[in-house]
Design a protein around this ligand. Structure first.
Ligand code: PEP
Length: 252
């Protein structure tokens, strides 16, 4: 997908299954989207990030109706790194998108900005668009540090050799998997802050997503905002019907 195809009027919907699912789940999910392809609004990108072992099953079952994303890749290109998956391998499996900097990777696996940026560069080198996740914790928010934390997480991004387009996902840590969300106005303001930080990095027209407890019931509140180019969905993406409803929220 070229940069031109991601226009401000095409909304992006990303499903992050995390470490959930089975091969039969992946097959049924892909078959569901293939059968419902006419119900997927045309001006959307639907990107599914299953666990890596299920990429091919999903790909074959969906027959090109959804785009594939990888949840995590290595900082290294190849070699003696047992258990790791390289960006080239993900590209070889058909992935066009890759998550980096997800709060679970930052907090559970101590991935700092250096690691996050290395992974983003490896993805770009492999021809995969990085979806860079940023967001503040509850304590940071309460202390009024949100803008400062986001600036830290994005600092230096403008100097990275990212050959592909990049997508940024604003995911407040306290909203992920909790059922709590910021108000649409909060998201709007924070997205403006992120755009300003990116402009200061020399980056413009970067698509910004919102993520954190998005469901079929609240998706429209976020995707209808001009500043929000789509959503990154965890828990609610595990039900294919609900994820399709979220994608359809642009038509409500
Ligand atoms: C996520 O995994 O990035 C996420 C936003 O999860 P959830 O939708 O479950 O909050």
């Amino acid at each position: 997908m070229s940069r031109e195809e991601i226009t401000p009027h095409r909304k992006i919907f990303v499903a992050n299954w995390k470490m959930n699912g089975t091969s039969s789940f992946a097959e049924a999910y892909g078959a569901f989207f293939r059968e419902k392809y006419q119900d997927v609004p045309k001006n959307t990108f639907t990107i599914i990030c299953p666990p890596a072992p299920y990429l091919k099953i999903l790909h074959d079952a969906a027959q090109g109706i959804v785009l594939l994303g990888i949840q995590n890749t290595a900082t290294e290109r190849k070699g003696a790194f047992t258990g790791e998956i390289s960006a080239d391998m993900a590209a070889d499996m058909g992935c066009r998108y890759g998550l980096v900097g997800h709060s679970e990777r930052r907090h559970l696996y101590q991935e700092n900005n250096t690691i996050v940026f290395e992974k983003a560069v490896r993805l770009a080198e492999a021809g995969i668009t990085p979806i860079l996740c940023v967001g503040e914790t509850y304590e940071q928010r309460e202390a009024g540090q949100t803008a400062c934390i986001l600036a830290q997480q994005l600092q230096g991004m403008g100097r990275l050799p990212l050959t592909q387009e990049v997508i940024v996902a604003y995911e407040p840590v306290w909203a992920i998997g909790t059922g709590k969300t910021p108000t649409p106005q909060n998201v709007q303001e924070t997205h403006r802050t992120i755009h300003a930080i990116l402009r200061a990095e020399g980056l413009s027209a970067i698509p910004l997503l919102y993520g954190g407890s998005v469901t079929a019931a609240n998706a429209k509140d976020f995707v209808s905002l001009e500043e929000v180019q789509g959503v990154l969905v965890g828990g609610a993406s595990l039900k294919c019907e609900e994820f399709l409803s979220i994608v359809q929220s642009i038509e409500l």
